[in-house]
Design a binder for this molecule. Structure first.
Ligand SMILES: [Zn+2]
Length: 239
């Protein structure tokens, strides 16, 4: 696993606005606190989301981009990029791999955080089909596409984007986590980020209780001290 000092730039690739905030915003806050540059890349703008909606899909996408920008600000992230794929219909196509490869080569991250491509049979929520498609395309972009100068050759010849090797991937929503980050100190900012997704979390009676519940269960699973909160990841070296 990379040492903290080796992680200078991180690219987070998710399907929807709010995915990183449920899965990893506390960790993101601790990264930006120590000066790590974190960039968010979203495959969709969440146009199929919301509850009791008064807007159409286009209005919802606009609203959710603004909510994601507000949420990101709570944890020190200002660079957010959008691919604009349709929410609910993302597939792990060559086109998506190329779009993610392009951003990996632009951002040149040491670490990529993304969704697991695996289905979780214990809890369905974290492995929404869009999450699995984005996780799968992202892993393929990390290996082999981004590091192979002959993959999507026009990225190099037309756009001047040199091959780049991402050294490590952390997957959120994994049924087999192997790394737990203590987010007790950044919990308030994670909750503020989640509250910024008003269209998704405003209807929840006890959002704070729900989030604290699963973070506390994570901490327990990871063997962290009683009373702490943790986000869990499946960490994978790409070497
Ligand atoms: Zn999602």
């Amino acid at each position: 696993m990379l040492d903290a000092a080796e992680i200078r730039t991180v690219l987070v690739v998710t399907a929807h606005p709010d995915d990183i905030d449920f899965g990893g915003a506390g960790t993101v806050a601790s990264l930006t606190d120590r000066g790590v540059q974190v960039v968010y890349l979203l495959a969709t703008s969440g146009d199929a989301g919301g509850f009791d909606r008064a807007v159409d899909g286009v209005g919802m996408a606009e609203l959710r981009r603004a909510e994601q920008a507000a949420a990101a600000k709570q944890v020190g992230v200002t660079d957010i990029r959008h691919l604009g794929y349709p929410d609910g219909a993302v597939e792990a196509t060559l086109g998506l791999r190329k779009d993610i490869t392009r951003v990996i080569r632009q951002v040149r991250p040491d670490l990529v955080i993304t969704s697991t491509p695996e289905r979780n049979y214990v809890r369905l929520g974290p492995t929404h089909p869009d999450h699995r498609a984005v996780g799968s395309a992202t892993l393929d972009a990390v290996y082999p596409d981004a590091r192979n100068p002959y993959a999507f050759p026009d990225l190099l010849t037309e756009e001047g984007l040199e091959a780049w090797t991402v050294r490590e991937v952390w997957m959120i929503g994994s049924p087999t986590p192997n790394h737990w980050v203590d987010v007790t100190a950044t919990l308030d900012r994670k909750l503020a980020a989640l509250r910024a997704h008003e269209s998704q979390t405003g209807h929840m009676d006890d959002m704070e209780g729900f989030v604290k519940g699963f973070l506390s269960a994570n901490a327990q699973a990871g063997g962290l001290p009683e009373g702490t909160y943790a986000e869990s990841f499946h960490v994978m070296s790409t070497g």
